[in-house]
Write a protein that binds this ligand. Structure first.
Ligand code: C2O
Ligand code: CU
Length: 484
């Protein structure tokens, strides 16, 4: 089922934005064919891949172009992307360009404003890669199942002047709940996952495979772009015997620094770019472990050193990446908004407003709801359920205004909160200023933690603001923020 291989004839081309079919229009009002030609094509649809080892059967997945992760899209900062997405799934889908500051109509949130892509249809997303960095793409339609079955891929925007490394490597981290025969467990959206820490799986893959070894050379410098594409698993990676330097978070440069306690923490949807100097000796073998959930620690992969040394001394060139053109928040003139995250098991939330009605927690869980933002458990457009529901924004910002959101996690669980269309600075945690005031699009809140973020509301539209543990999102932890 390879729709991509079939060239799309001129008469079937969609105009930029994809809303109007070119068929039957007078050539005079068509944009030059040159300009409307897609730069990339993606076909989400069913596929079969080998996730584990040869001794296991293949796994039936949903995937872009039949591959997990989907094709890596790699462009230069400033490039215009026109990505024609042809839906080969049996259900509607969209593509969200996570972390990329796109116009509202290209954001891939169903009905906000463009309708989802029906089965068999094509929609062309068009936007500029304004920021350099490590981004990714995934559906925003019943995400907990569509992403959980394998729909995700990397989107890399190269700096005009990248830092000097020997290899630029992307690792898309996936997490699967597989049965003995390597098929995907069908228990998507079960009440336990919805109301606890989400669908944490039992099989972690790097670029779609369980990896034993990652071959390296003594002395080489690797830029390692980590993307957490898991529904729910938070990674806490330790690189034994190595000193990774964090150079970017969520695509955006940060003052190069070693992770706190040597622990690279990567919540769902987050990206971290590391510079890793291979300081071991030829023949060495060391392990990267993930021990975020202490009771679930495991070996992610071994770094296995070949026999050849690349250079005697590690490279000594600068690690600082050029800043992206993100507007700097003006804190003196900022509006302040309080946002409370509530719900889940072992929490204090008695109930929330669901579809305009107060509902107690028990009834909520019976209806597949468990979480709330400012007392509202959202169902609606943001995830494509209940086609008719409009999501009322939790607040409205004037274009150009700086907004500080003070978030309070009043639950017993972690939540990576993601804002669409904007990049924010993380100002403080539990009242203490952060050291790096990182630019991020997804920020992890620990249980009971309070976090302040700030951003300039420069991108008009209704923007999703939700937890990226996809089961939490599906069970109510989503909202929208309006910029007019
Ligand atoms: Cu990565 Cu609203 O999503
Ligand atoms: Cu959450």
């Amino acid at each position: 089922l390879n729709l991509l291989a079939r060239p799309i004839g001129r008469r079937r081309l969609l105009l930029a934005g994809g809303a109007v079919a070119a068929v039957g229009l007078a050539p005079a009002i068509l944009r030059p064919v040159q300009a409307a030609e897609p730069t990339h094509r993606l076909a989400p649809g069913p596929g079969r891949v080998r996730l584990v080892g040869d001794e296991y059967p293949e796994t039936t997945v949903w995937a872009y172009d039949g591959r997990v992760p989907g094709p890596k899209i790699r462009v230069r900062q400033g490039d215009r992307l026109r990505i024609a997405v042809t839906n080969a799934l049996a259900e509607e889908t969209t593509v969200h360009w996570h972390g990329v500051r796109v116009p509202n109509a290209m954001d891939g949130v169903p009905h906000m404003p463009q309708p989802p892509i029906a089965s068999g249809e094509t929609f062309t997303y068009e936007f500029d890669a304004v920021d350099a960095g490590t981004f990714w793409y995934h559906p925003h339609m019943r995400s907990h199942e569509q992403v959980g079955r394998g729909l995700y891929g990397a989107l890399i925007v190269e700096e005009q002047k990248p830092i000097q490394v020997d290899r630029d490597v992307t690792w898309v981290l996936g997490d699967w709940r597989l049965k003995q025969d390597a098929s995907i467990s069908n228990d998507f959206g079960n009440p336990m996952d919805l109301s606890h820490n989400g669908r944490v799986g039992n099989t972690v893959t790097i670029n779609g495979q369980v990896l034993e070894n990652f071959p390296v050379r003594a002395g080489e410098r690797v830029r390692l772009r980590l993307i957490n594409a898991a529904n729910a698993r938070i990674f806490g990676l330790r690189f034994q015997g190595h000193r990774p330097m964090i150079v970017a978070i969520d695509g955006h440069p940060v003052e190069p620094h070693e992770p706190e306690g040597g622990h690279v923490v990567l919540a769902p949807a987050m990206r971290i770019d590391l510079v890793l100097d291979m300081t071991g000796n030829p023949g060495d073998r060391t392990t990267i472990v993930d021990d975020f959930y202490r009771d679930l620690a495991y070996r992610l992969v071994d770094l296995s050193y070949g026999q050849e040394r690349l250079r005697e001394q590690p490279l000594d060139t600068p690690l600082t990446l050029p800043a992206n053109p993100v507007p700097e928040p003006d804190l003196s003139g900022a509006v302040r908004q309080e946002v409370t995250l509530g719900g889940g098991m072992m929490g204090t939330m008695a109930g929330a407003i669901v579809d305009g009605q107060m509902m107690d927690m028990r009834t909520m869980v019976r209806h597949g709801m468990a979480w709330a933002i400012n007392g509202v458990a959202a169902i609606g457009h943001g995830e494509g359920h209940n086609g008719g529901h409009v999501m009322d924004p939790i607040f409205t910002l004037q274009r150009g205004q700086t907004c500080v959101i003070a978030m309070a996690n009043e639950t017993a669980w972690h939540h990576p909160m993601h804002l669409h269309g904007h990049t924010f600075r993380v100002l403080s945690r539990n009242g203490r200023s952060t050291q790096f005031r990182e630019w991020q699009d997804t920020v992890l809140l620990a249980p009971r933690e309070r976090v302040e973020i700030a951003f300039v509301a420069d991108n008009p539209g209704d923007w999703m603001f939700h937890c990226h543990i996809l089961e939490h999102q599906a069970a109510g932890m989503m909202s929208t923020i309006r910029v007019v």
